[in-house]
Design a protein around this ligand. Structure first.
Ligand code: SF4
Length: 130
């Protein structure tokens, strides 16, 4: 699978490959910013019945490697196509691993000089809430 195929798959699964969302005033001066919105992984250990990503649903699965995602996000940010990254994920292996991979990707992105907006969907193991 090529990087372009993976990008199309993982961004299509969250709705749009370039997604514009309003940012609250406290975060970005009430501006709208264009974000690169993608799943970190579509593999899931859970089996929530309402969800198209549930474990027992037979379907194609894909994942980003953290540094690979960082390089792609950095490229489109440098090209001026996005202002930030909106990252979410299915629960691959366990919540700590899932969030750890997201943080690794954002750390790598920041290490490349990215100064844009980033949003991570985190999981709180104490409350079972995202
Ligand atoms: S944990 Fe999330 S991604 Fe996984 S099956 Fe449940 S709702 Fe879907």
């Amino acid at each position: 699978m090529s990087k372009a195929d993976r990008l199309r798959f993982l961004t299509a699964k969250v709705g749009h490959d370039r997604y514009t969302v309003p940012i609250y005033e406290a975060a970005a001066g009430n501006r709208c910013v264009t974000l690169f919105r993608t799943l970190m992984s579509s593999f899931c250990e859970n089996n929530c019945r309402f969800c198209s990503f549930r474990r027992d649903r037979g379907q194609r699965r894909e994942r980003w490697e953290p540094h690979e995602l960082a390089r792609v996000a950095m490229q489109v940010w440098r090209e001026g196509q996005i202002s930030g990254l909106f990252l979410s994920s299915c629960v691959e292996r366990d919540p700590d691993t899932t969030v750890g991979r997201e943080i690794e990707a954002v750390d790598a992105l920041r290490g490349m000089g990215f100064t844009g907006y980033d949003f991570l969907k985190a999981y709180n193991p104490l409350t079972d809430a995202t």
